[in-house]
Design a protein around this ligand. Structure first.
Ligand code: SF4
Ligand code: SF4
Length: 368
C-alpha cells in the first residue's frame, strides 16, 4: 500500500479532527515535569513545538529550539506499554455472600485510542508485547481489548539520541510495519503515508496535496541522518556470551557495584512484561480484590519462593534482567527483547548502559 499525501504544516490539526470524528480519544506527546510522555490531548495545539530531547546515560533534558516542528524529539519517557499493559490492572473480585463467596471478573470497555508520534522501536516493542500477551492458549483479555481499540500514527525519526541503538537491533529508525499512518515531518509540513486500511480511510479524508519529488528526497535524507548512532549492540543474538558468563559471578560484579536495583530500567523498557498479583481487602473483610501490578526482576519479592528469595544480590538481579532480555528471549520469542530505544540507559539513575555491559561481557568471555 503506497498511498501518501503532503499535509501543510498549518493543516496538522486536521489529523486530530479526523481521529476525533472517527471516535478516538487522541494521545500524543506532552511535557510533564521536564520530560515528554504520552498523554491524552484535547487538540493539536497541546503538542509542544520546537522541543528537542538530549539524552545520555542517566541524563534527559528538553531544549526549546527556534523551529515549529512537533516531532523533533526522539523518545518519550515511556513507550506504548502503559496504554496496553497498564501499570495497575484489577483482575477479579471475590465477595462474601450468604453461604460462600462470589467471584466476579473485572472487564472494562476501553476507550478507542489513537496515539500520535509513535516511533519504530516502540512499534517493534509492541509486536513483542503482542506475542507475549496475545499468542498462546491464554491471551490476556485486558491487553487484547485495549489493543483492538488502538490506532497508531507513527513518525519516522529524523535524528537519533546519543542513547539510541535501534539500527543494531534492526528495529528502526524508519517505520516499516505496525502503524496505520506514518508521518515524515518537514519544516513545511508532513508527508503522510497510509499503513493500513484504517489509515487509508483517514488519509482519504485529509486535505492533503500531491507529494512532490523534493518532499520525498528531503524526507529520505532526514531518515538517513537518523541512522547515524553512537551505540550498537555487538550482535543481535547474544546467547553465546551471556550463557557463557552465567555461572561466573566475576562477570556481574562490576555492574552490581553500581546498580541500585531500583528497577527503573525494567519500568521504562517497552518490552518488559513482568508483574505480580496483589490481594487487597478492606478492613471489614467483605471482599478480596486481585490487582495485577508491574513488577521487575530487581525486586526481592519477584523471586520469592517458599520462604526463600532466589535472587537476592544485585549481581543475580542484573544478570537475570540482561540475560533474559538479550538471550532467553531468543528461546522464547525468536528474537531479543531489546528494540534499541535506549530508555534503560537514559533513565538509569547511575547511567548503567546495556550496550556497554553487553560489550564488556563479550570481551570478557571472548565472544561477540
Ligand atoms: S532493554 Fe533498554 S534499550 Fe532495549 S528496549 Fe528495553 S529499555 Fe529499550
Ligand atoms: S541498572 Fe540502573 S535502572 Fe536498572 S536497576 Fe540498576 S540502577 Fe536501577
Amino acid at each position: 500500500m503506497d498511498q501518501s499525501v503532503f499535509l501543510p504544516q498549518g493543516d496538522f490539526g486536521q489529523i486530530f479532527e479526523r481521529l476525533r470524528e472517527a471516535g478516538y480519544r487522541v494521545v500524543g506527546p506532552a511535557e510533564q515535569e521536564g520530560a515528554l510522555t504520552y498523554d491524552v490531548l484535547e487538540s493539536a495545539d497541546d503538542i509542544p513545538v520546537g522541543l528537542v530531547d538530549r539524552q545520555a546515560p542517566g541524563h534527559y533534558r528538553l531544549e526549546q529550539q527556534n523551529h515549529r516542528r512537533r516531532f523533533d524529539w526522539v523518545g518519550t519517557a515511556q513507550g506504548l506499554k502503559p496504554w496496553l499493559f497498564v501499570a495497575e490492572q484489577p483482575l477479579w473480585v471475590a465477595r462474601e455472600v450468604e453461604g460462600g463467596l462470589r467471584f466476579e471478573e473485572v472487564r472494562e470497555t476501553p476507550v478507542p485510542t489513537a496515539v500520535i508520534g509513535v516511533r519504530a522501536c516502540d512499534l517493534a516493542a509492541l509486536a513483542l508485547q503482542d506475542r507475549h500477551f496475545l499468542d498462546g492458549d491464554y491471551p490476556d483479555p485486558h491487553y487484547r481489548a485495549r489493543r483492538e481499540s488502538l490506532l497508531l500514527v507513527a513518525v519516522n525519526c529524523h535524528r537519533s539520541a546519543d542513547t539510541c541503538f535501534c539500527v543494531s537491533t534492526g528495529d528502526g529508525p524508519e517505520v516499516t510495519f505496525g502503524a496505520d499512518l506514518v508521518l515524515d515531518e518537514l519544516d513545511q509540513g508532513y508527508l503522510v503515508k497510509a499503513g493500513s486500511e484504517r489509515g487509508a480511510e483517514l488519509l482519504a479524508r485529509l486535505p492533503g496535496r500531491p507529494v512532490r519529488g523534493w518532499h520525498k528526497r528531503r524526507a529520505k535524507a532526514l531518515r538517513k541522518q537518523a541512522r547515524t548512532q553512537q551505540r550498537a549492540l555487538p550482535s543481535r543474538d547474544l546467547r553465546g556470551p551471556l550463557y557463557a558468563a552465567r555461572d561466573d559471578m566475576r562477570h556481574w560484579q562490576p555492574v552490581a557495584e553500581r546498580c541500585l536495583t531500583c528497577g527503573n530500567c525494567a519500568a521504562v523498557c517497552p518490552t518488559c512484561f513482568c508483574h505480580r498479583v496483589d490481594e487487597e481487602s478492606p478492613l471489614d473483610g467483605s471482599l478480596s480484590r486481585a490487582v495485577r501490578r508491574w513488577d521487575t526482576c530487581f525486586n526481592d519479592e519477584h523471586s520469592y519462593l517458599v520462604g526463600h528469595v532466589v535472587r537476592k544480590s544485585a549481581e543475580h538481579k542484573y544478570r537475570q534482567w540482561l540475560t533474559h532480555k538479550l538471550a532467553i528471549w531468543h528461546d522464547q520469542y525468536d528474537r531479543s527483547g531489546c528494540t534499541g530505544c535506549g530508555r534503560c540507559i537514559t533513565w538509569c539513575p547511575v547511567g548503567i548502559d546495556i550496550v556497554e555491559e553487553a560489550e564488556r561481557l563479550c570481551r570478557e568471555v571472548g565472544e561477540s
